[in-house]
Design a protein around this ligand. Structure first.
Ligand SMILES: [Zn+2]
Length: 69
């Protein structure tokens, strides 16, 4: 499974709760934070994925989060 599809699955599972790049990185055990950031940006605009500054549902910090509606 690619990191992109793993991230898509994670965000979909948490939907409609948002999750930040750090929590995506930690939850999926990604090697680099930049990978989560890049993949999440690729998801935006397709299938109801959105990126915004909001409270992450996992860590509770205000960060750039990804969610699916
Ligand atoms: Zn978080």
């Amino acid at each position: 499974m690619t990191e992109l599809s793993a991230i898509e699955k994670l965000v979909t599972r948490l939907s409609p709760e948002p999750v930040c790049d750090d929590c995506i990185t930690q939850t999926l055990g990604l090697s680099r934070h930049e990978n989560a950031d890049q993949a999440a940006r690729e998801l935006v605009g397709s299938n109801g994925f959105e990126r915004a500054k909001d409270i992450c549902s996992l860590c509770g910090e205000v960060r750039l989060v990804t969610r699916r509606h």
